[in-house]
Design a protein around this ligand. Sequence first.
Ligand SMILES: Cc1cc2nc3c(=O)[nH]c(=O)nc-3n(C[C@H](O)[C@H](O)[C@H](O)COP(=O)(O)O)c2cc1C
Length: 354
Amino acid sequence: MSIPSLTIGKHSVPYPLIQGGMGVRVSAANLAGAVAKCGGIGLVATAGLGLNSPHFDGKNFFSADPAALKDELRKAYAIAPDGVIGTNCMVAVSNYETIVRASCEGGAKIIVSGAGLPLNLPELTADFPDIALVPIASSIKAAELIARKWHKSYNRLPDAVVVEDPDTAGGHLGEKMEKIGDGSYDQYATVRGVKAYFQEMWGVDIPVIAAGGIWDRADLLHALAEGADGVQMASRFVCTEECDASDEFKQMYLDCRKEDIGLIMSPAGLPGRAILTHFDKIRERDVALKLRCPTACLKKCTYKSSQERFCIVHALDRAQRGDTETGLVFCGTNAWKADKITTVQAIFNELFDL
Ligand SMILES: Cc1cc2nc3c(=O)[nH]c(=O)nc-3n(C[C@H](O)[C@H](O)[C@H](O)COP(=O)(O)O)c2cc1C
């Protein structure tokens, strides 16, 4: 089977692969730049970037965050000057609008946005019409809602849609906890349904990208054969030299067993998939320190409102920096397959038979 290239809006890459955004500096400039240099789309995840940045003085999260994002985009373009580099922006964060605007000003060519419905994304990017806009949806209904709103209010449609499978993907998931893993979700029926919806309703053939559970060449070929125009892969890129997380974070992937990976309820009100071996320690730490919400980084957060669960941005930040005793390590269901630290190019070589 010959593998097609991928064009999203005005941007084309030789390989139909988006590196999934991994928040709080797991996919920052190094990983996104490396993926773009290899011929995929590299995404800087914007969530929580300010924390582990020289702009942060312990209090100014909301001014550090966009400045840190622009730094990461600059550094990513230094690695891949002609690459297709974009950002992943989570609707659930308090500074979503600022971060989308900073993505535009910092030169993102594509914005992938989920963790909520990105209903006003076209408005926020109106001055930057060349930026491709790509919502993440886990259902045909969510894709329809976004398309209808964008068309009605902004006369625009998504340039592509990422269909993220809640049964396999890492990080926050777009499905109710009780429905995850109950056998009712069909990833590729959703991919084909979204594709058909845009063709039939709007007469456009936009790329639909499958995310979740794609690890190797066989998975990639399967996704393409099942109707996806490309794949978004995240967990596979963690155990690379270029991934921006600490060695300890990567070691968690190398050490984890299949049964160590499971679901948590995030204080953001969404389920999430993570390595659970030390999960109790995360909340115990916050309780022991009598930690109050330090940043109000999320629009809705049970820790912010009632100290329920734990402070997620700092838990992710600790893990990214190497505290995997009390830090949160998000991962997809395939993370246990990681068995060595490799390079982004080596992954491309395997995936695309180079
Ligand atoms: C460590 C980690 C962090 C993630 N952070 C984000 C994020 O900030 N925003 C987002 O939209 N998705 C996030 N995701 C989801 C990925 O972008 C991706 O869609 C998903 O993990 C794909 O499944 P895979 O990991 O099996 O390839 C994260 C995933 C992981 C593993």
